[in-house]
Design a binder for this molecule. Sequence first.
Ligand code: NAG
Ligand code: NAG
Length: 375
Amino acid sequence: MGEKSGSRGGWFGWFIVLIVVAVIAVAIALTVKQKMHKNGSDFEAAPVPGPPGAVTQKYADALKTAMQFLEIQKAGKLVDNKISWRGDSALKDGSEARLDLSKGMYDAGDHIKFGFPMAFTATVLSWTILEYGDQMKVVNQLEPAQDSLKWITDYLINAHPSENVLYIQVGDPKADHACWDRPETMTGERPLTQLNTSAPGTEVAAETAAAMAAASLVFKSTDSEYSSLLLKHSKQLFTFADKYRKSYSVSIPNVQNFYNSTGYGDELLWAASWLYHATGERSYFEYVTGKNGEDFANWGSPTWFSWDNKLAGTQVLLSRVNFFGSKDVSSSNVLQKYRKSAEAVMCGLLPKSPTATASRTDSNIPSDALILNAF
Ligand SMILES: *[C@@H]1O[C@H](CO)[C@@H](O)[C@H](O)[C@H]1NC(C)=O
Ligand SMILES: *[C@@H]1O[C@H](CO)[C@@H](O)[C@H](O)[C@H]1NC(C)=O
């Protein structure tokens, strides 16, 4: 496979992951909506997230299939494997640095572990669980979701062996894309790529910090020790990302063919927003509402949400603070700017809004939401 198409293959893989996550959210929302129709209360706003509604089997099935996709992508020594054609693989990943990087997930049908989109998947999966965990539980998908999340965060913890070192890739994409084989039987080299103070990568370190802060909220009530560990790594990585500001695409030009980043400002704001939600510490609030907001938030310019651009997600997260935060923070003028931008994004997506985007699928889903524009 050529380099260019390889790159597209990589993008497409995580594009599928995003679709899967979108399917999860839509399936849950539709399950609830279906119930409301049955009750004849079409005109009331759907209580999402809210108490679980009646289960609509086809959407429950879609959610299960989406969760299975994550199960299938797992590397390492599988535990309780339910996929008959998958087995243990990549057991020695990380050994050249005396680390256990065997877990984590493969990219699409490849055998590469790309830290940037993998961390983003963990962040979005955490968010899904936080918002819709009750509904997922009713159809027995909460546990698989938590399990897949932990499969990634276990890897991310091991990939961060000291404050200013983060391993961001395992495997050689060029060699990997040239070879069709099963991860269970792969024999190629598994080179490691790291970030450090001489080769920093703000967007990947910040996204990994976001993933760990979000996941710390998911595991807070069930495993407080693990949750605290995630938070500790998250804070360190955020400091590393912020203090040594440089795009990983610039520090390590080799990564440009796969998941090239267009900038790190969005990841810094996104990570600080998650850290604020996870810790309630004022410094993270000030981070997003102060100069960094001015520099990176791009208020008033609605964008799509993707592995490369987290501004829309940041705006929604900070709208939460505007709605539900304590009085001293919720009244911030800067939060209003984030909220207005979030509203502009939402109004572009909702079919009946006057500013609904024009390019839509037959089912009235905005193609922007499917990130097709990113291609
Ligand atoms: C820092 O990371 C770069 C890029 O991955 C690598 O080439 C370099 O060897 C690393 N430095 C150390 C001291 O390991
Ligand atoms: C990667 O992105 C940077 C901007 O962040 C750009 O300058 C560079 O040309 C891109 N590389 C490729 C191969 O697209």
